[in-house]
Each structure stands twice: as C-alpha cells, then as structure tokens.
Design a binder for this molecule. Structure first.
Ligand SMILES: [Zn+2]
Length: 314
C-alpha cells in the first residue's frame, strides 16, 4: 500500500491579523479548512503542526529581523515595510507555527511516514529576505524548510519549485550563491516585486542554480505545460534532487484578483503531477509543498483540493 499524502495545517493560521480588505486575510484559512474537511478523500491524513522556534528562523534570517517581527507582534497592527506587510498580536507566533508546520511535514516525509505532504499555512513566506519582511511575508518558510532538510536529514541537493504568481525574490536571495539549492520560479513578469528576469541565474558558486521563467500576462495551462517540458523538468532532472520543495502559491489562478495569469485548477494539478514525478525519479517521492499566495477564496479552495488530490500516489 502506498504511503499517505499528509496535510499539515491548523485553524491557528487564521490568527495572524491583517487590516480589513487586505487580500492576505484570515479567511484564507477559516474558509478553506472546512471546505477541505468536507471534500478531501479520507485517504489524506490531517496532522497538527508542532510549534516552530527562533532557531529554525536563524538558519535563514538575521537576529535583527527576527526581533523586529517579534517586537511588532507585541503591539497593535504595525506596517513593516513600505508596502502591505503587517504584523500584529499573534503574528510572530503564527509565523513560527508556519515554520513548525513545514518542518513537521519534512520529518514525516523524511522518516517514511508519508510519501509527500502539503503545509497549508499563513502568512506566506517567499518574499521574506534574510534581513527584512516583504510582500505579506514575515519569514521565509520554504527556505527554513530547505535548510532543515539539509541539516536534520542530511539531504544535499534541494529543489525549490516556486509557481506562485509573484517572483520568490526572498528565496532567490537566500540561496543565490548556493549550489546545493536549485531555485526554479515561474511568475508573471512584469509584476511585483519586479525581480525574476531570466538573466538572474545565481551568483558565484550558485551560478546556474537559479532558473527564472518569467511568464507573460495572459499565460495559462498551455504556456505552463510548455515551460515545464522545455525548462523545468530538464533542469530538475539534471539536478537530481534529494528532496523536493514546492512554494505553492495559487494566485496564478485565472480568478485571482492580484495577477493576470490564467491557470486553472487542472493546470495546478498537472504541475503537481509533474513535480511529483521529479521526486519519484530522484528521491523516492520525497516532496513537501508549502502554501504561498492565492487570494480568491473560492479559487484557493478548489486549487488546494486539486493540488492535494494530485499529490496522492494511489
Ligand atoms: Zn503571490
């Protein structure tokens, strides 16, 4: 019998507050979890995350950054950057729980209790830089997960595939000089945060281990299929990862209010099956996916459902 697919999540991910009308809202959790409870196959196992620690965050963030978010979380709602990134009461704890969820997922997969796992968390993480929160993101959860897989489980080569609408600038910055992490990002371009040109390929020893695939506004399932066949899969297979991580944002969905990409739920399911194939070819299927964006509540629920069903190997 195949090992299960695990969903690591908790209603406490709704505790990170954002101002009324902010797209990155607690409703992303409060609306999505009940929907998944009533619609997911029973074969998908739900697991509570353990709490994360500041030590986990220190693997990719400076002490000053961690303190700043922790201090901001003692007060009312505080704007942390020039844009739209807020922290308030419970934000630090919620972000720690996100790191805990991702590492819980890594442990379950690395120990052979699950084939793969999805950590459904907020806040998102892939814009968070080593020394600064950014773009709704407080800490870079997927980067924390990558370092954890390397240090705790001895994985050498980590693939991070980021299909969020936006370029994962924070993840790129953290690993751009590191040949042990292949970062592949498909994102709408031009769009926030403005980085992610094809010419950004990593630096120093990490040159060639960053692959940016900017997608034109209006791109959808067909354009992504071509990008996977021509770029993503050849690069991922040549890298031969020991563990696969996915920065799974669902804001490239055609119904999402923040972008102009046209992916469908089936498009996300197809990308999921393809990256699952990479993990199956190189690392016994070991894959952990972490939620990033996705701001149309209905489309988010449908897309997460499709993603989880496509992760199952039955
Ligand atoms: Zn996004």
């Amino acid at each position: 019998m195949p090992l299960p697919t695990i969903l690591v999540t908790h209603s406490d991910f709704a505790l990170h507050p954002t101002p009324r009308g902010h797209p990155e809202s607690p409703e992303r959790i409060t609306a999505t979890l009940p929907r998944l409870r009533s619609s997911l196959p029973e074969t998908i196992r739900w697991v509570d995350p353990r709490m994360g620690t500041s030590d986990l965050l220190r693997s990719v963030h400076t002490e000053a950054h961690i303190r700043r978010v922790e201090d901001a979380s003692r007060n009312g709602l505080v704007l942390l950057d020039e844009g739209d990134t807020y922290a308030g009461p419970r934000s630090f704890g919620t972000a720690l729980l996100a790191a805990g969820a991702a590492t819980t997922a890594i442990d379950l997969v690395a120990s052979g209790e699950a084939t793969n796992a999805f950590a459904l968390v907020r806040p998102p993480g892939h814009h968070a830089r080593p020394n600064a929160p950014m773009g709704f993101c407080l800490f870079n959860t997927v980067a924390v997960a990558a370092r954890y897989a390397q240090r705790k489980h001895g994985c050498r080569r980590i693939l991070i595939l980021d299909w969020d609408l936006h370029h994962g600038n924070g993840t790129q910055e953290i690993f751009e000089e590191d040949a042990s992490v292949l970062f592949i990002s498909l994102h709408e371009h031009p769009l926030y945060p403005g980085t992610g040109r094809a010419s950004e390929r990593g630096k120093g020893e990490g040159e060639g281990f960053t692959l940016n695939l900017p997608m034109k506004p209006g791109s959808g399932d067909a354009e992504y299929r071509i990008a996977f066949e021509e770029k993503v899969l050849p690069a991922a297979d040549a890298f031969r990862p020991d563990f696969v991580l996915v920065s799974a944002g669902f804001d490239a969905h055609r119904d999402d209010p923040l972008g102009n990409l046209m992916l469908s739920e089936e498009g996300f399911a197809e990308m999921t099956r393809r990256v699952r194939g990479v993990a199956e070819r190189h690392c016994r299927g070991r894959l952990v996916s972490v939620l990033e964006g996705g701001y149309d509540i209905d489309a988010l629920g449908r897309s997460v459902h499709a993603h989880l069903c496509a992760l199952e190997t039955t």
